[in-house]
Design a protein around this ligand. Structure first.
Ligand code: MV4
Length: 485
C-alpha cells in the first residue's frame, strides 16, 4: 500500500459541513485549517479549527470560490490535503486539477471523473457499455425541434427536455403534446445557455410520479468499489431536498442489490475514487433508471453513516491518502433507520422566504438517537450571502416509526427564536399520513403542502399551549384560594 502523508488538511468550506469534516480529521489525529470570509469572522467553523485563514469579502465569488487564493494559502501553511465539502468548489474539475498540480491532495475524485459526471450527455456516454437501466430517450444533443418531435413520437408523450449541463431542475421542460415541442425546446435551450453557458439539450421520456433514490458508493485506488445502500430523497421542494431517510421503504433486498450493482458500475465507468452518489428515479412499477452521479460528499450523508456504521469522511480521507478500503461488500449490513431534516432559516408559512436575522435563542436537542450537524450558536447573525441552512437534524432508531417519533420530539426540543425555520415543516412531513405510510413520490410537497396547512397546525399548537397555560393558571389560583385553616 502506497500511503501518502496527511498531517494537515484545509477545509474549503463553511458552516456545518466544515465542522463535520474537522471532527473526523481531529479523531484521526489530523490538524485542520479553516478558511473564512469577512461575514464568517466569528463563525463556529473558524473557532473549531486548529488554524484559520481569512480569504476575502463576504460574497462567495470573493472568498469561498477563490480556488487560486485558497491553494496559495494552503501552500503557505504546508497543508497536505484539501477537503471541499459540498457546494462551492466541490465539483469544480479545474480546482481538483489545480490542487494536484500544486502538490496538494484533493480529497475527492480525479478531475476527469468530475468533468464526465458534470455533463449529463458525457455521463450517459460513459455508462453506455455497462448495461445500466436508462430512461428511454436519446444520449446526444438535440438542436432541431423537428428531430425532437420525431423522438417524442417514438418514445411517447410526455417528454422531458433536459440541459446537459443542468442541475437543480434548471433548463428542464416537460412537454405533453407535439404542438408544444418547438416552443419548449427553444425555452430550454435559452435557459441552459444563460444558466450554464452551454445550450446543449437532450430528450427523455418523462417519468410522471417517480421516487428519487440515490446510492452511496465508495471506491479506492485499487479497484475496490462498493455501495453503502440507498437514501430516499423524494421529499423535496423545487429541487431542494428537505427530508431524507435511509433505508427507503420501497426497496427490498433484491432491488437494493440490483441498484447497488448498477451504482457500482456507474462509478467504475468513470474511474471513480472516494465517496460518490449515484442518483436514480424509481417508477410506480419499481423500474429504476440512472439519472446522474454527484461527485462529492452529499448534505444527506449522515443517514447513511447511521445505518451503516461507517464514517464517510474518514473513508474519504483514507482513500485519498492511498489506503485500501478495509471492509468488503458482504461485511456491510443495514442496521436501524435514520431520518434527516434540513433546518433552513426560511419561513415555511411564507413561500420559504429566507429569514435572516439574529439567533436570539438557539438550543439544540440532545439525547439518544439524535444527531445535529450544526454550524451556528445562540447570538449569531445568519449571513445573507450563503445557503441559509442552519443545521441538519438527524434521528436514528431501530425502526422507521421510532426514527419518525424521535424526529417529532427533537423538533419540539429544538428552540430557535429570532428567525423562522423549516422545523414546523419537518413536523408537518413527519405527521403526514402519506409520509408515514411510505406512499409518496417527488410531488409530495406540491401535492400536500400549502402555507395554510402549516398555519393551521401552528395555530392549533399555539391554541393548545394557551389552553394549557390558562388551565395551569386557574389551577394555581384554586390552590391559592384553598383556606389555610
Ligand atoms: C426526470 C424526471 C422525470 N423523468 N427525468 C430533476 C432534477 C434532475 N436531477 C433530474 N430531475 C428529474 N428528472 C425524467 N426522465 C423527474 C425529475 C424530477 C425530480 C427528480 C429527483 C428529485 C426531485 C424531482 C422533482 C421534479 C422532477
Amino acid at each position: 500500500m502506497n500511503c501518502i502523508k496527511m498531517k494537515k488538511i484545509l477545509i474549503a468550506n463553511r458552516g456545518e459541513i466544515a465542522i463535520r469534516v474537522m471532527k473526523t480529521a481531529r479523531k484521526m489525529g489530523i490538524k485542520t485549517v479553516a478558511i473564512y470570509s469577512k461575514a464568517d469572522r466569528n463563525a463556529l467553523h473558524v473557532r473549531f479549527a486548529d488554524e484559520a485563514v481569512y480569504i476575502g469579502e463576504a460574497p462567495s465569488n470573493k472568498s469561498y470560490l477563490l480556488g487560486d487564493k485558497i491553494i496559495k494559502e494552503a501552500k503557505k501553511l504546508y497543508v497536505d490535503g484539501i477537503h471541499p465539502g459540498y457546494g462551492f468548489l466541490s465539483e469544480n474539475a479545474h480546482f481538483a486539477e489545480l490542487c494536484e498540480k500544486n502538490g496538494i491532495i484533493f480529497i475527492g475524485p480525479k478531475s476527469k471523473s468530475i468533468k464526465i459526471m458534470g455533463d449529463k450527455l458525457a455521463a450517459k456516454d460513459a455508462v453506455k457499455h455497462y448495461n445500466i437501466p436508462m430512461v428511454p430517450g436519446v444520449d446526444r444533443a438535440v438542436t432541431n425541434p423537428k428531430e425532437a418531435a420525431d423522438i417524442a413520437r417514438e418514445i411517447g408523450f410526455p417528454i422531458l427536455i433536459k440541459a446537459s449541463a443542468g442541475g437543480g431542475g434548471k433548463g428542464m421542460r416537460i412537454v405533453e403534446q407535439e404542438k408544444d415541442v418547438e416552443e419548449q425546446m427553444a425555452r430550454a435551450i435559452s435557459e441552459a445557455t444563460s444558466a450554464f453557458g452551454n445550450g446543449s439539450v437532450f430528450v427523455e421520456k418523462y417519468i410522471t410520479s417517480p421516487r428519487h433514490i440515490e446510492i452511496q458508493v465508495l471506491a479506492d485506488s485499487y479497484g475496490n468499489t462498493l455501495h453503502l445502500f440507498e437514501r430516499e430523497c423524494s421529499i423535496q421542494r423545487r429541487h431542494q431536498k428537505v427530508v431524507e431517510e435511509a433505508p427507503s421503504s420501497i426497496l427490498d433486498p433484491e432491488l437494493r442489490k440490483k441498484m447497488g450493482d448498477a451504482a457500482i458500475k456507474v462509478a467504475k465507468s468513470c474511474d471513480y475514487l472516494g465517496a460518490g452518489t449515484v442518483e436514480f428515479l424509481v417508477d410506480k412499477n419499481l423500474n429504476f433508471y440512472f439519472l446522474e452521479m454527484n461527485t462529492r460528499l452529499q448534505v444527506e450523508h449522515p443517514v447513511t453513516e447511521l445505518i451503516s456504521g461507517i464514517d464517510l469522511v474518514e473513508q474519504q480521507i483514507k482513500i485519498a491518502r492511498g489506503e485500501v478500503i478495509s471492509f468488503k461488500q458482504e461485511d456491510l449490513k443495514i442496521k436501524g433507520h435514520a431520518l434527516e431534516l434540513r433546518v433552513y432559516a426560511e419561513d415555511p408559512t411564507n413561500n420559504f422566504l429566507p429569514s435572516v436575522g439574529n439567533l436570539n435563542i438557539y438550543k439544540i436537542p440532545t439525547g439518544k438517537g439524535i444527531r445535529v450537524d450544526n454550524g451556528f450558536e445562540q447570538g449569531m447573525d445568519i449571513p445573507i450571502y450563503y445557503d441559509p441552512m442552519l443545521s441538519k437534524l438527524i434521528t436514528y432508531g431501530k425502526t422507521r416509526e421510532e426514527a419518525i417519533q424521535l424526529m417529532i420530539e427533537a423538533i419540539d426540543n429544538y428552540k430557535i427564536e429570532g428567525v423562522k425555520t423549516t422545523l414546523p415543516f419537518g413536523k408537518f412531513v413527519c405527521n403526514h399520513e402519506a409520509f408515514r405510510s411510505g406512499k409518496f413520490d417527488t410531488h409530495f410537497v406540491k401535492n400536500y403542502f400549502t402555507d395554510q396547512v402549516l398555519q393551521i397546525s401552528l395555530n392549533e399548537e399555539a391554541q393548545i399551549a394557551a389552553t394549557m397555560a390558562l388551565k395551569i393558571y386557574l389551577e394555581d389560583q384554586q390552590k391559592l384560594k384553598i383556606p389555610i385553616n
